[in-house]
Design a protein around this ligand. Sequence first.
Ligand code: SF4
Length: 298
Amino acid sequence: MVDAGELLKWYSHAQRDLPWRQPGVSAWQILVSEFMLQQTPVVRVEPIWRDWVARWPTPSATAAASAADVLRAWGKLGYPRRAKRLHECATVIAAEHGDVVPDDVDALLALPGVGTYTSRAIACFAYGKRVPVVDTNVRRVVARVVHGRADSPASVRDLADVDAILPNDERAPGFSIALMELGAIVCTARSPKCGVCPLSICAWRSAGFPPSTEPARRVQKFAGTDRQVRGRLLDVLRADAAPVTRAQLDVAWLTDPAQRDRALDSLLSDGLVEQTADGLFALSGEGGEAGPSNVLVN
Ligand code: SF4
């Protein structure tokens, strides 16, 4: 098991100074950070998050922004469907929850873009609830400390597994965030820093660090992917307040025209981009009355 005292003592002095952990940060602002952190590292999220919550501190302020402004503010965080979902989430919270993020996991799960991890992260980090919060860092630490394995794939047992080691008292939310922090900065995937680990008992270390039996995970490349092409096309649209021509988009990716068409089609299908009646392209909401369209006109 995990010694809560050891973990919390370590966290009290080793935790990173992250702005969304400061006193006075609202549940909404924590939710914004969780959306941004889903697939983007802290160092890239931090400046965007600061600007975002200064500009739109509440769900209703975010809901009142245009979809295009939200996409622009998302900048280069990647996976821009998250920005659209965050905007939709803000709209639902403003309209149906009195502009207050719900504190109940089931109510959170009903919000756009909020899944198993995010719902529990908000209930725990924003409202101090005793709920298991499982991301890849927590899953790895538990696999090592409790089960003596190098890593563990996602499983339906994850929540029960973490629930079993959560303290049954007011230390639970702090324990959850400390466990995640340990996985992020000490018990990392490739080079765990066992020499500075606060935990005196670890099954994987005791077993002599047996190698992983899981198939090696392929490192996701970015260069040359459809994601990169989508980003290039969005860059063109973000830079211009007016709709742009197909030719302006075409020069954003000359390497593979078929890939560029596919990327543009997917942006249209996702509702991130729309086409105007006269065949120009714009960010969602900026295409005039004719948008949105999900049919690519070549
Ligand atoms: S002893 Fe090493 S492997 Fe075990 S939890 Fe600490 S950092 Fe991770």
